[in-house]
Design a protein around this ligand. Sequence first.
Ligand SMILES: [Ca+2]
Length: 174
Amino acid sequence: MKKIQYLFLSALAILIFSCSSNNENEFTPVYNGNIDGGDWINSQTIGNYGGYTGDRCSKVDSVNEYSFGLSKLFNEISANPVNKIKVSVWVKLSDLNKKSTLVVSVKGTDNKNLLWSGHDLNPLVKEAGKWTKIEVEDVLTNINTEGAIAGIYVWNSNKNTVYIDDYKIQFLPE
Ligand SMILES: [Ca+2]
């Protein structure tokens, strides 16, 4: 009986070994989490704060300066040239007198800004404590997006508490 057990275990060991050495790529699921390279950024600002849709949204305040947003290589967004970025997002400001900005940026391969477009939310939002839809457009004139990264997020430069929900970000050829 012992001998049979031993033979069985040996056979099993050989089987496992051959499987793992020959077929690792085909059968082993691999999840690579690149902490620095995800498409969406600042997800730590998301919580159950009562969103525009559902309960969840992003919140910036005295702790978090930059909201949930998108950071993505143009090469991964579209094979065609992008000439315009159109952003719509719902925001709720707690104080209309403190500055907060919707940022649309294009960063080149050397990490320099090829475009940094800050849209102040305060003149666009008329009422504090109320969800308001913000729509902005930025034209990428004479910008080489090859290897560049698009960045979209809300920046509360003045420790304003701002809630952010439901982005719609479009990359248009013209
Ligand atoms: Ca939501």
